[in-house]
Design a protein around this ligand. Structure first.
Ligand SMILES: [Zn+2]
Length: 122
């Protein structure tokens, strides 16, 4: 039987999740502000336009990733709020190590299952 996280460990992960969440929200706000000012800008020059649209597509990519992460963070936070969070892998119930959760507090799967899913999706 894999060992569920202790209350103290869950609280540690919750703090990490909330920190990451506010960082992501700040990043998303910055991106939106930049886009708002970009569309007010006069891009006369082709080079300006190319640079701006290159930035724009990078931003869109970042935004998509950040939104996905935010969804995962909110999911884990809602599980915590319902008292359903135990830090175990959702697929195989194995322990997700604290080392891994400190790097990626919204992780739902252990490394093995994560690798399996990544392989299947690629
Ligand atoms: Zn697993």
């Amino acid at each position: 039987m894999a060992k569920a996280l202790t209350q103290a460990q869950i609280e540690e992960i919750e703090v990490l999740l909330l920190t990451n969440k506010s960082k992501i929200e700040a990043t998303l706000r910055n991106i939106d502000n930049e886009h708002a000012s970009l569309s007010e800008m006069d891009l006369n020059d082709d080079a300006d336009f190319a640079a701006a649209s290159r930035d724009y597509s990078t931003d869109i990519h970042i935004k998509k990733q950040q939104l996905e992460e935010l969804t995962q963070i909110n999911y884990v936070l809602s599980k915590m709020a319902k008292g359903e969070y135990n830090g175990l892998c959702e697929m195989c119930d194995a322990e997700i190590t604290m080392k891994r959760l400190r790097v990626k507090p919204h992780a739902k799967y252990c490394i093995d299952c994560r690798n399996y899913i990544d392989k299947k999706n690629s």
